[in-house]
Design a binder for this molecule. Structure first.
Ligand SMILES: [Fe+2]
Length: 234
């Protein structure tokens, strides 16, 4: 287990760092990794935004992971409690699933394998993984909000937040707080492969809004979010 996930409760890895996950993906599965990231062009609008916005596109699928095997679970609505999501909690949201080609992409397996290694000693631990592809669009007319619910927890054990692409974006700074809501970090994931891994039990997180750097051009922020839930024996 990576000790940073115990204290301070999160870690940041840049794509440029030696032995980064991104370096491995580029070297070992460059084409598949490219295809995986290109699938963010196939996301669909989130119709549930309660602030009346049109800035979020997404896809959602759920998996199990155990002993190095990834299993897609039957598609289900996304549910968060009102406690964890004050804006969109307490009701089912029906999002379109990941495309089959994205689900089968070997880069996804390597990302999950890397994550699980960071926070688990046991290879036989069963994990439930909620997998989100997000695109936050913005324009001169509309600010994009990566976390419209504000600073929050996801109700998971661990969370991967990985940058896929920033296109003409200003803002989008990731904010990290401890359980006493003391600010620990404000960090911007800039490059593809820059990532944060968060112990959700110990950390609150949020992201500042995004605006276009050049207001005359299209602008968006693509992010992969995987939430890991330890499957507890009954
Ligand atoms: Fe979150």
């Amino acid at each position: 287990m990576n000790p940073l996930l115990n204290h301070p409760g999160y870690l940041i890895q840049t794509s440029q760092q030696a032995h980064s996950l991104d370096t491995y993906l580029v070297k070992r599965m460059g084409h598949a990794y490219q295809q995986f990231c290109a699938s963010w062009d196939k996301l669909l609008p989130d119709p549930y935004l309660r602030d009346g916005g049109h800035y979020r596109l997404r896809r959602y699928s759920v998996f199990n992971w155990q002993s190095g095997r990834l299993t897609l679970l039957p598609h289900e609505p996304h549910y968060q409690s009102g406690y964890h999501n004050k804006l969109h909690g307490g009701f089912n949201r029906h999002f379109r699933p990941w495309l089959p080609t994205t689900i089968q992409n070997p880069a996804l397996l390597e990302m999950i394998r890397w994550c699980v290694k960071q926070f688990s000693r046991s290879s036989t631990q069963l994990w439930r993984i909620q997998a989100h592809q997000f695109r936050i669009r913005t324009s001169a007319k509309e600010q994009g909000k990566p976390t419209p619910e504000g600073v929050h927890k996801d109700g998971a054990d661990y969370i991967l937040i990985m940058m896929i692409n920033r296109q003409n974006i200003s803002g989008g700074q990731s904010l990290i707080y401890d359980n006493q809501r003391q600010a620990l970090e404000a960090y911007t994931l800039e490059q593809r492969g820059d990532l944060m891994l968060i112990n959700d039990q110990k950390i609150y997180h949020g992201v500042t809004p995004v605006t276009p750097t050049n207001p005359n051009q299209v602008a968006w922020r693509d992010v992969l979010v995987l939430t890991f839930h330890r499957f507890k024996k009954q």
